[in-house]
Design a binder for this molecule. Structure first.
Ligand SMILES: Cc1cc2nc3c(=O)[nH]c(=O)nc-3n(C[C@H](O)[C@H](O)[C@H](O)COP(=O)(O)O)c2cc1C
Length: 175
């Protein structure tokens, strides 16, 4: 797991190669294994493979253009009526997908949708309209995925900000 965490980077350039069904299945199993508060599992997922839909999702926000060239995007939805902490549950599922992608040799990137806005509507409204998502479900984020067409250096111990960690009491250094 630590190796995956050091290697994981946000990858925004993808090869044209599509993912096979077994790989997509593994990603979806990982998403469905995500922990959620009280086990309520308020999330749902839309796997978007259709290239025209990916082109439209590329316009969902400033800075989501790279999903155009992804093999797929997994849209993470959540039902606030199922859990009051759906934001956390949806973020955990997104993280699990991002890390599982790394473990499978895929590149992926988080695209934030919740609380992000286009000029005339929210990013959430845009994605809801494009994908026919019912009003009762929130659109949290999208994870774009594909075989990486860029390499980024892994993290090393030099990148770790140990000053953010306190021992027992706030302000007491962990050394
Ligand atoms: C909650 C969250 C929202 C993010 N939203 C976006 C986004 O909308 N677009 C994007 O290109 N990257 C997005 N990212 C990726 C971050 O920019 C990236 O994780 C950060 O710059 C660190 O780089 P690294 O992932 O390579 O370590 C998001 C990441 C997180 C955790």
């Amino acid at each position: 797991m630590l190796n995956i965490l050091y290697r994981r980077r946000s990858i925004r350039k993808y090869k044209p190669q599509k993912l096979d069904t077994a790989t997509v299945q593994q990603l979806l199993k990982a998403a469905l294994l995500s922990p959620s508060s009280r086990g309520f599992q308020p999330w749902q997922f839309i796997v978007v493979e259709d290239t025209e839909l990916l082109d439209q999702l590329a316009l969902a926000k400033k800075g989501s253009g790279f999903i155009k060239n992804a093999a797929l995007g997994i849209v993470i939805l959540a039902d606030p009526a199922t859990s009051d902490v759906w934001v956390e549950d949806a973020a955990i599922a997104a993280t699990i997908l991002h890390l599982t992608a790394e473990s499978l040799g895929l590149g992926s990137c988080w695209i934030q949708i919740r609380e992000r806005y286009l000029e005339t509507e929210s990013c959430e409204e845009y994605v809801r309209r494009i994908l026919g998502i019912p009003e009762n479900l929130k659109v949290a984020s999208i994870i774009s995925m594909g075989y990486p067409d860029q390499s980024k250096p892994p993290y090393s111990d030099q990148d770790l900000k140990f000053e953010k960690i306190h021992l027992n009491m706030y302000g007491s250094k962990f050394e």
